[in-house]
Design a protein around this ligand. Structure first.
Ligand SMILES: [Zn+2]
Length: 157
């Protein structure tokens, strides 16, 4: 086969030269853009997509967390009454003030993880549930924590 640019006998390859598809020799290839070799095949691009998606799935597992059940105040109050304990007695058992127990049972005070764990043991209840948290930047903050969300930190950078 002859090179369409210089006429040399060679193993020519198709290339775009000034927008025209021509068969050119390796020496003339620099004048144009190779076609066949550089075409992106769909089978090659797919694994790259998968590689991008994988970390996202990992993040979902990372966000698996334990959260207080939504009706924790009621659960605690019921369990305490079932045990026949007064608020004073329960507070004494877990080392918290009576007023703290009252506030928790009224839903005015969200028990800390530490207090909740003690309540769980003392009352033989389950106050935590496994939840898959949506990314905090997507929810805009539920307001329950009142602090900065991860999203706020990202925005500041
Ligand atoms: Zn040539």
């Amino acid at each position: 086969m002859q090179c369409e640019l210089c006429g040399r006998e060679c193993s020519c390859r198709p290339a775009m030269v000034d927008g025209v598809k021509m068969m050119v020799c390796p020496g003339c290839m620099k004048h144009g853009k190779g076609i066949a070799v550089q075409e992106v095949s769909p089978s090659r691009s797919r694994p790259i997509l998968n590689r991008i998606r994988r970390p996202k799935e990992k993040d979902v597992y990372k966000d698996m967390d334990k959260e207080l059940v939504s009706n924790w105040s009621g659960v605690i109050k019921k369990a305490r009454q079932k045990k026949g304990l007064s608020r004073e007695e329960l507070g004494f058992k877990i080392g918290e003030r009576t007023v703290t127990i009252s506030k928790i049972e009224n839903g005015d005070l969200r028990p800390s993880d530490k207090v909740a764990t003690k309540l769980e043991k003392e009352l033989e209840i389950n106050l935590f549930e496994e939840v898959s948290k949506p990314p905090s930047y997507a929810t805009g903050g539920s307001g329950s924590r009142g602090g900065l969300t991860l999203g706020d930190f990202i925005k500041k950078e």
